[in-house]
Design a protein around this ligand. Structure first.
Ligand SMILES: [Zn+2]
Length: 633
């Protein structure tokens, strides 16, 4: 297991323009507007119990209306809002959180149980349908919110409420007589309990997380037993198969990532957490096997996961349709959580490469430039009818975007006793306490658009330690120097990290040059949707063509010649400054085609100029068609 631990986001100052802009947007627009939406949609009202006037039920469809998830939405918003408070206190946000805490305190049952959906409607049926009704999932998100709020403000009333609930769960679940041997249909509680353990040091919290993980998929199957107890046939549920929630077999025996993508990512994140905390090699090995499965056959170039809407998840290997891609934003955020944890089991650039790919493409796309509109699914092609939602009936992705960006500083740097590792670049500063003393670090760059990186290293007193710099997998022939003296990058790089060990003095500087140039990317021929197509990438950013930059018809009619030179253009006028790509291309004309659907003569092709934009920025201007995988001629 790795010695490295992440440097907390509160200890990392974002100084670069790219992330400061996103963070400010989330703090000033996204988090307040999400609170308004939670009010409008009835989520906040659903926490005020007892309440006879709740206009909440969809008759005959209560379980599928999304309302069983609403406690989790409140929890995720509190978590995101608390991260915002860690950057700067805000009396309005704190008052809004306190109101929710008041409601939760009143709603809590004397024995500690706290699920507003059940308490309002069917208090005697609690814990009777763990497969579908998300009680432990809701607790997990509330718990993450309570922990974040405590760490941001020192207020522990919400945490106390939730610890009482956790105590109740500890009594309810376990192997002893009278206890339930269950676990949640939607993983989340496991990683939240590990977070709680890291805060409390109470072994009971870690053991409960491990218990839920170890019970998953065991026979006799708990979900069968509880279905029979409800008088139902075990297979009479929406998903029909336990692959859907990854309970088809014990987690250590799983070799393929299957089912609902977000559940899978949360489970794998918790498996990596437990592997680290318990020094459990079997869990680490299972994570590595499942990682290899995802990366070799199931991940979109944008890092989207789960092509199918039917199960919000995985299908067959190499099934990666572009226009119908589900690729839920939450799944890419979950992949970031998992990759970050894998990186702390083993410092390996493979994990950081995927983390970065998911961050700049799959996750950032989920939030609009103005910070108030969201993609739930993230197709790689659109006929022009897709656009971000102002809100979603199941708003899981909205707060996954805000909690990720509000805590983004926590993904940049890690430290061990005598070493520091940079995973991401983009302009940060931090103080790190090593065994040899405090070190101030300032990384300056215009990443991800440019690869010139400068790092100032200032220990309080001269000291020997190692600085590891991630050399991204896409960066060929990187160069580095310390104080002007060249470093042999090839010789000193291991597992994707350039290690520089020396005696450091205040004011030492590292210069790292990561060549960022446009690349053509091709997909494995088994991905039938991408045959004959090419995608454009530059550094960590995947590009797309959008109709607003390529007028004249649908962008699906564009073809990029294989020998066309791809040029970069700095566009200071666009989105506060981006780099676009342009190339000579061809357009299949439809103007002269006429009314017939088919004809003998091939279409006329004319020359044009193609412009491509980073994928995460699409659909922020005029509506129109979009495509990542271009026809190649
Ligand atoms: Zn979601």
């Amino acid at each position: 297991m790795s010695e490295f631990k992440p440097v907390r986001f509160v200890d990392v100052a974002l100084e670069g323009q790219f992330w400061r802009e996103r963070l400010e947007t989330v703090l000033t627009r996204t988090i307040p507007s999400q609170h308004v939406q939670l009010g409008k949609q009835g989520v906040l009202l659903s926490l005020t119990l007892p309440n006879q006037s709740l206009p909440l039920s969809v008759p005959g469809n209560e379980h599928d209306s999304g309302q069983v998830l609403w406690d989790s939405d409140a929890g995720k918003w509190i978590e995101a809002a608390s991260y915002a408070l860690s950057h700067r206190r805000d009396p309005d946000i704190e008052a809004w959180i306190e109101n929710i805490v008041d409601d939760l305190e009143k709603a809590q049952a004397p024995d500690g149980y706290l699920n507003c959906w059940y308490l309002q409607r069917e208090p005697d049926k609690r814990w009777t349908n763990l497969r579908d009704n998300h009680e432990l999932y809701n607790l997990g998100h509330l718990l993450e919110g309570g922990i974040a709020y405590f760490l941001a403000t020192g207020r522990r009333r919400l945490l106390d409420i939730l610890e009482r609930y956790v105590d109740h769960v500890c009594k309810t679940f376990g192997p002893n007589p009278g206890q339930k041997r269950g676990y949640c249909g939607h993983q989340e509680i496991e990683l939240a309990l590990v977070k709680l353990y890291r805060l409390t040091g109470d072994r009971m919290h870690l053991d409960l997380a491990a218990y839920f993980m170890n019970e998953r998929g065991r026979q006799p199957h708990y979900f069968d037993q509880e279905a029979v107890a409800r008088g139902e046939h075990p297979r009479d549920f929406r998903a029909k198969r336990y692959e859907y929630n990854q309970s088809h077999r014990p987690v250590r025996e799983q070799t393929k990532v299957v089912g609902h993508a977000v559940r899978a990512m949360y489970m794998l994140s918790a498996m990596a957490d437990l592997a680290a905390e318990l020094n459990d090699d079997s869990l680490k090995k299972a994570c590595e096997v499942l990682w290899a499965d995802v990366i070799s056959s199931k991940i979109y170039i944008t890092s989207g996961l789960g092509p199918a809407a039917a199960n919000e998840g995985f299908t067959e290997d190499h099934d990666l349709p572009n226009d119908t891609a589900y690729a839920e934003t939450c799944a890419s955020v979950g992949l970031i959580f998992w990759a970050h944890r894998m990186l702390h089991l083993e410092l390996d650039g493979r994990y950081a490469d995927v983390l970065e790919q998911a961050l700049f493409n799959g996750a950032l796309t989920g939030l609009s430039r103005d910070g108030e509109r969201y993609f739930y699914s993230n197709p790689l092609e659109s006929d022009g009818r897709r656009s971000r939602w102002a809100w979603h009936s199941c708003p899981c992705c909205t707060m996954n975007s805000s909690r990720l960006i509000a805590s983004i500083g926590g993904y940049f740097v890690s430290a061990s006793e005598n070493a520091i590792a940079f995973h991401l670049y983009g302009g940060v500063s931090t103080n790190i306490q090593l065994a040899t003393g405090n070190v101030f670090l300032r990384e300056t760059s215009a990443y991800p658009f440019f690869g010139s990186i400068r790092i100032e290293v200032s220990p309080d007193a001269p000291a020997e330690f190692t600085i590891n710099l991630r050399i991204p997998g896409w960066a060929h022939e990187a160069e580095a120097s310390v104080g002007g003296c060249a470093v042999d990058v090839t010789a000193c790089t291991r597992n994707g990290y350039l290690a520089i060990s020396r005696l450091w003095n205040a004011g030492d500087t590292i210069a790292l040059e990561l060549p960022i140039s446009p690349e053509r990317i091709y997909a494995h021929p088994s991905v039938k949707q991408d045959i004959g197509r090419v995608a454009l990438k530059r550094g960590p950013l995947v590009y797309c063509v959008e109709e607003v930059d390529n007028p004249g018809g649908a962008v699906q009619q564009l073809k990029l010649p294989r020998d066309a030179r791809i040029e970069t253009v700095e566009r200071g006028d666009l989105f506060d400054g981006v780099v676009t790509l342009t190339a000579s291309a061809e357009r299949i004309e439809d103007q002269e085609w006429g009314d017939s659907l088919y004809r003998n003569a091939p279409p006329i092709v004319s020359g044009c100029r193609l412009t491509a934009l980073p994928y995460y920025l699409w659909n922020n201007r005029a509506k129109g068609s979009m495509q990542v995988w271009l026809l190649e001629s």
